[in-house]
Design a binder for this molecule. Structure first.
Ligand code: FAD
Length: 259
């Protein structure tokens, strides 16, 4: 894990409220393990913002690390005001990774919604035969095309493009095979619905959880999530709770309970 002052290579709006930033971060890129991992960012080295903001790694190519972010509040708004040549202070890499997506006998079904698009797109780039479902409120928030013939399904809450409904509507429409594994990242309500779906269908699912988070390194204890199995995990001393920053953000769906 390193702290790196990364120069911004590009920072562009790719859909309504959604931006992609590419940063020159050779140290973080060199340590990067795979989809699921995240970095914790500060825009400036001053007292205005003490707490970093976690962002999943969307892509790593050579020395460049990319994020895809949604403007939520003050800090992500500041992200969007940064220009090429400006810097970002990165702490990373952090977190664990999605697993078993590369098994020949498995079919990955990838689901991303809201701020959860980045790790899912990262994983999609690596998968050869995956189903991709991306959810948004409206067409303007999508930056990909609805292509059912290529197993890419977009959904919109207002029906303005793709499937009218949410990612669960799409998930119910596709044929889930015995060997499918669901990988999902998005708002808690979405993850809860995917978890329920997976339990009902007896399907395996890995969920990447985007809880509130402070330090990202297990000190502040701000990102706890309740655990189902009660076992002590590698990094966390809680029996009942897990720290998303150290034990996650990726969990098997039967490992956690949403509050
Ligand atoms: C491991 C991890 C990976 C993430 N990856 C991404 C990513 O790739 N792209 C992306 O756009 N976002 C991602 N997020 C969420 C992102 O960190 C928050 O949206 C961001 O911190 C908001 O900061 P802000 O200063 O703009 O908003 P704030 O001013 O801090 O918050 C504005 C409002 O947003 C809500 N909010 C803020 N943070 C969260 C949160 N973590 N969960 C739920 N609600 C929240 C609160 O209601 C708050 O009032 C990730 C979060 C985690 C924990």
């Amino acid at each position: 894990m390193v702290i790196e002052l990364a120069e911004i290579l590009s920072n562009e709006q790719i859909a309504q409220g959604i931006w992609r930033m590419s940063m020159h971060a050779p140290k973080v890129a060199a340590d990067y393990v795979g989809p699921g991992q995240f970095i914790n960012l500060l825009t400036d080295d001053n007292w205005d913002h003490l707490v970093r903001r976690p962002m999943s790694i969307a892509f790593v190519k050579d020395d460049a690390v990319d994020i895809i972010y949604k403007i939520f509040g003050e800090m992500t708004d500041q992200f969007s005001r940064k220009n090429s040549g400006d810097t970002m202070n990165i702490l990373g890499h952090l977190g664990n990774v999605f697993s078993d997506w590369d098994r020949q006998d498995k079919e990955p079904v990838l689901i991303g919604g809201g701020v959860g698009l980045a790790p899912i797109l990262n994983l999609y780039e690596l998968c050869t035969d995956a189903v991709l479902i991306m959810g948004a409120r409206t067409a303007a928030e999508h930056f990909m095309k609805h292509e059912p013939e290529n197993h890419i399904y977009l959904t919109t809450d207002d029906g303005s493009s793709g499937i009218d409904g949410n990612v669960l509507t799409a998930l119910n429409e596709i044929d889930l095979h015995e060997n499918s594994i669901i990988y999902a990242c998005g708002p808690e309500l979405m993850l809860l619905a995917v978890q329920k779906f997976a339990v009902e269908k007896n399907a395996r699912a890995q969920l990447s959880v985007e809880s509130y988070m402070g330090c990202g390194v297990g000190l502040c204890q701000g990102c706890v999530i309740e655990r189902q199995n009660g076992q002590v995990m590698k990094h966390s001393y809680h029996e009942k709770y897990s720290l998303v920053c150290l034990d996650g953000p990726v969990y098997e769906c039967d490992e956690i309970i949403f509050g």
